[in-house]
Design a binder for this molecule. Structure first.
Ligand code: HMG
Ligand code: MG
Length: 300
């Protein structure tokens, strides 16, 4: 059975815009986030305080938060923070929630964080400690939970090990990243079972599927049936990681809301408002949304 209600963790403004060729101006980003909130999305990842040379698309993080004022802060407006320099910037901007982002594989840790897995965990340790001290909510992502473009399929035990080490830093939530979209339903169940066996239960887990193989929604349904209630998605299906070969957009929020409406699962999101926001953003980006639901509803 499916839960009565889910929490959508919207990543379009971060995962979506970090991967666009066009750099979206800060005021358009702020407007995007305001409209997402107005469409009923409660949790919105707003931006990243990463090295701006690594992700120039989000170099304007402080400016976006400044433009948003109180609307961009609080426990349900997380930002990505990889290291202490990022934490300094996040504190200065007054954020109330952060996300660290580890990797299940060595190759991607190197490519995305310029560190080994061990080194990256040590990099996160003081970040999480400072966040807790400041009373922030903390999420931990694990990337390459199912497969890695360089290393191939990733063993479940390896993902569980990194997940445990990240959660042991003192995080509130774990998001399972299928960075390149290769997960399938049986694999999702096996990973959730293995995490549960080690005490990381569905109640602290979010799922983060990219839609490269068109499996993001079916994988999400499997996770919801397992007991997960937090789902990451991006409006319009924007997204991807610039440091992961073959990563495409996330599960589109519209696809998720459409499916949940049909199943009688509450999301709090107004699909029409969301759709007009998404069409407005794709105009800015100069390319159509990859989401089938957006295409179907958007031309009706
Ligand atoms: P590094 O180059 O090794 O950093 O990057 P460093 O510590 O050697 O510092 C080099 C210079 O960068 C220094 O400046 C630092 O101050 C500066 P200098 O002294 O030379 O003048 N610097 C910074 N400046 C501003 N803000 C900062 C910062 N950090 C260093 N935070 C680092 C290491 C981890 C910072 C880098 O690799 C990085 O920023 N990586 C992030 C890449 C990224 O954002 N990827 C996308 C997000 S992850 C994702 O999309 C996956 C996810 O969606 C889940 C999934 O799908 O799986 C979450
Ligand atoms: Mg992602």
């Amino acid at each position: 059975t499916l839960p009565a209600e889910i929490t959508i963790y919207e990543v379009g403004a971060r995962d979506g815009l970090q991967n666009e060729k066009a750099v979206v101006p800060a005021d358009v980003k702020a407007q995007f986030i305001r409209q997402l909130a107005a469409a009923g999305l409660g949790t919105i990842e707003t931006t990243s305080f990463v090295n701006p040379q690594w992700v120039p698309q989000l170099a304007d993080a402080a400016e976006v938060l400044e433009l948003l004022g109180d609307e961009g802060r609080g426990p349900r407006r997380p930002v990505l923070v990889p290291n202490e320099r990022g934490m300094d910037r996040a504190l200065e901007a007054g954020v109330g929630a952060i996300a660290i982002f580890g990797s299940a594989t060595e190759t991607f840790a190197r490519k995305n964080l310029n560190r080994t897995v061990d080194e990256s965990i040590e990099m996160f340790r003081p970040v999480v400690a400072r966040a807790r001290e400041a009373g922030m909510w903390v999420r931990a992502y694990v990337s390459m939970c199912f497969g890695d473009p360089w290393e191939g399929p990733v063993p479940v035990e390896q993902v569980v090990d990194v997940s445990q080490r990240l959660m042991d830093l003192g995080c509130d939530q774990l998001s399972l990243g299928d960075t390149i979209g290769v997960a399938t339903s049986g694999h999702v169940n096996r990973l959730l079972d293995a995490l549960g066996d080690k005490g990381i239960g569905d109640e602290v887990i979010g799922v983060h599927f990219h839609d490269t193989y068109g499996q993001a929604l079916s994988n999400t349904l499997v996770a919801l049936r397992h007991g997960v209630t937090v789902v990451d998605s991006s409006t319009g299906g924007l997204g991807g990681c610039p440091y992961a070969k073959s990563a495409t957009g996330n599960l589109a929020t519209e696809d998720l809301v459409w499916a949940m409406e049909g199943a009688g699962v509450r999301t709090g999101v107004d699909l029409e408002k969301l759709l007009s926001t998404s069409l407005w953003m794709t105009q800015h980006l100069g390319r159509p949304s990859p989401s089938a639901v957006v295409r179907a509803l958007g031309t009706a």
